[in-house]
Design a binder for this molecule. Sequence first.
Ligand code: AQP
Length: 332
Amino acid sequence: APRVFSGIKPSGGLTLGNYLGAIKRFVEMQGGDFETIFCVMDLHAITVWQDPEELKRATREVAAGYLASGIDPEKSILFNQSRVAAHAELGWLFSCVARMGWMNRMTQFKEKAGKNAEKQSLGLYAYPSLMAADILAYHATHVPVGEDQKQHVELTRDIAAKFNHDYGTEFFPLTTPVIEGPAMRVMNLRDGTKKMSKSGESDMERINMIDDADAIAKKFKKARTDPAPLPESLDELKDRPEAKNLVDIYAGLSGVSAEQVIAEYGGAGWGQFKPALADLAVEKLAPISSEMARLMDDPAEIDRIMAKGAERARAIADPIVAKTSEIMGLIR
Ligand code: AQP
């Protein structure tokens, strides 16, 4: 059966980018033709230093975000990565398959490290090989991700292909990245050329899933745009990254295409569009954020759900890692 794996790292609170680029789509895939596995990627979060107490809080927030948005722990497997040792184990095996040259081409590392590559953790550099393990420990065939993760899923295919070739097997499937929808790359509200991130400097750059109505309205009101009204055709948005971003967000939240948003709002000024966007965001996010708050009041219940999910995850991943070890000639 086709199997979906995806995850979010708890390196801070969830953003609208995580919601539109990841969670909303995970919910849509659940209960269909796929077996669905969703993970809180805590081992990825610690590739940069995290305050231990804040990491625990953020781990539970990501789990609460999944649950509040409609991930049903009966229909999907939901857990945090570090609870299932297969991830770290297969990550090491894949570090011996992946090539340095492949890692050197990863644009996310370059963006995150900037001029300070020498001072980054070895884990941040090896991140894509652990990500390949996350996916292939379940023989996942499909990985829904935002645009920013496409290169890493392609590397996962390279690792699977090289492993299969080097050991003369067809053990690992070649995973397909699933990047579909109007808001696969939600941009920073203050700079339309940068992606909206959990760990961006200013809170005004992003909408957090737990923001209240006032904060959402204020952030959209202050969002940077050019002065021109919305155009009558989508083509004219090409060189207007901030305007395009707000149209894409509107489309993503309302579940229509960017064309349809332009058909409705073409010619409108920001004084009309921004409040409409804020109202829509509040309408969609408020029920989720209040459910998240309710869930986070009972961390023990969240932990219980993740522990149960981890048990089900181990039942799939452990035999796959055992078989990988056997193929490589490791005696266990
Ligand atoms: N801005 C975004 N637009 C669309 N999709 C996004 N995703 C993240 N940001 C956007 C998608 O969310 C999933 C989980 O990503 P992640 O949290 O594991 O890693 P990330 O992409 O590095 O997220 P951040 O928010 O930018 O975290 P920091 O600031 O800590 O590095 C992925 O499917 C991703 O595509």
